[in-house]
Design a binder for this molecule. Structure first.
Ligand SMILES: Nc1nc2c(ncn2[C@@H]2O[C@H](COP(=O)(O)OP(=O)(O)OP(=O)(O)O)[C@@H](O)[C@H]2O)c(=O)[nH]1
Ligand SMILES: [Mg+2]
Length: 317
């Protein structure tokens, strides 16, 4: 087994397929930038900077990557353009893994925390409910007892959508009527979960309220009510970001992390977009780890984010 031993073939295929648009776009630009050139010079580096920025890596992260490559070029004197993708891959992987936290292997819950409570937040349409369904599937598959709480009571369809995911994955869903108090739904969910000795609770929340202040106040209220049942809940506040919105996802991450105690990120919809580079920028720019990536609408299309696997998939191994 290599470093990616746990990362099986099927998962790699989903990742490669999901990232293919981003990869094609980056490579097309790279090919153009180095056409007719044999050596990495200032012009190539300038073009590379532009490629990374237009691939949604973000300015700050791009500059770090360029600096690293510049250092390497000045150290090695002659760097051929044919080495450029390999160098990019190595330097981006090194940058992302520098802050030495290990990538997790698989959908694992911390030991001794029961129920482990995950509150899922994010603006409307980013993929919260779908991500919850996919997580429910994975935890259930791992033999865990899962409870879902339909605390997005803003729309009737939201509750139904979660109920469908509950049926599909064969896990319990706690709900009330549309318009019910979301905090009350969360309270009920935690009580049921506790009474049934559940391993994990995932709370869905509304992404759309009358305004941003309302939304943040409501999230705070849900959090506080949950503590009455499980004092250290929520253990995880998972912010879901739509990767296909590129820099917008970045902005949302900034706003949410400033307003709530988000401690995990999920970046969805990386399939079908050329903006997958945004994961590199987000992973580098926020202290909060990108925990999951969404690569499709199916149950199996959520992966635990692995920085090396991601960069390898994007720039070839
Ligand atoms: N292609 C693709 N589609 C996704 C992914 N994740 C979610 N979606 C789709 O995005 C749409 C919105 O997803 P939801 O899960 O309903 O989003 P939400 O954040 O719960 O939305 P609200 O409840 O309205 O706030 C759905 O059509 C999903 O199937 C993904 O990783 N890839
Ligand atoms: Mg939803």
């Amino acid at each position: 087994m290599g470093i990616l031993g746990f990362f099986n073939k099927e998962k790699k295929e989903t990742l490669d397929k999901g990232l293919s648009k981003t990869k094609e776009s980056v490579f097309a630009k790279l090919t153009r930038a180095i056409a007719g050139k044999s050596k990495v010079d200032d012009k190539v580096l300038d073009d590379l900077e532009e490629i990374l920025i237009t691939s949604d890596v973000g300015v700050e992260t791009t500059l770090k990557v360029i600096n690293r490559i510049e250092e390497r070029v000045s150290r090695d004197k002659y760097v051929s353009t044919s080495e450029l993708t390999a160098i990019l891959r190595d330097e981006i992987a090194a940058l992302l893994t520098e802050n030495n936290t290990e990538d997790r292997e698989g959908f694992v819950l911390p030991e001794g925390v029961k129920p482990y409570v995950i509150m899922v937040v994010g603006v409307n349409g980013v993929g919260k409910t779908t991500t919850i369904g996919k997580l429910a599937y994975q935890f259930k598959k791992a033999g865990k007892t899962v409870y879902l709480g339909a605390a997005d009571t803003f729309r009737a369809a939201a509750v139904e959508q979660l109920v469908i995911w509950g049926e599909r994955t064969d896990v319990s869903v706690v709900k009330q009527k549309m318009g019910a108090d979301p905090a009350s739904v969360a309270f009920d969910t935690l009580n049921s979960a506790k009474a049934n000795n559940a391993d994990v609770v995932i709370i869905d929340t509304a992404g759309r309220l009358h305004n941003k202040i309302n939304l943040m106040n409501e999230l705070t209220k849900i959090k506080n009510v949950m503590k009455k049942v499980v004092p250290d809940a929520p253990h995880e506040i998972l912010l879901v970001l739509d990767g296909s919105t590129g820099q917008n996802a970045f902005e949302q991450a900034k706003q949410f992390t400033a307003a709530t105690e988000v401690n995990a990120l999920a970046v969805t919809k990386l399939d079908g977009t050329a903006k997958g580079g945004v994961v590199i920028g987000i992973s580098d720019s926020f202290r909060i780890p990108v925990k999951y990536i969404g690569l499709g609408e199916g149950m199996e299309d959520l992966q635990v984010f692995n920085r090396k696997a991601f960069v390898n998939s994007l720039f070839g191994e």
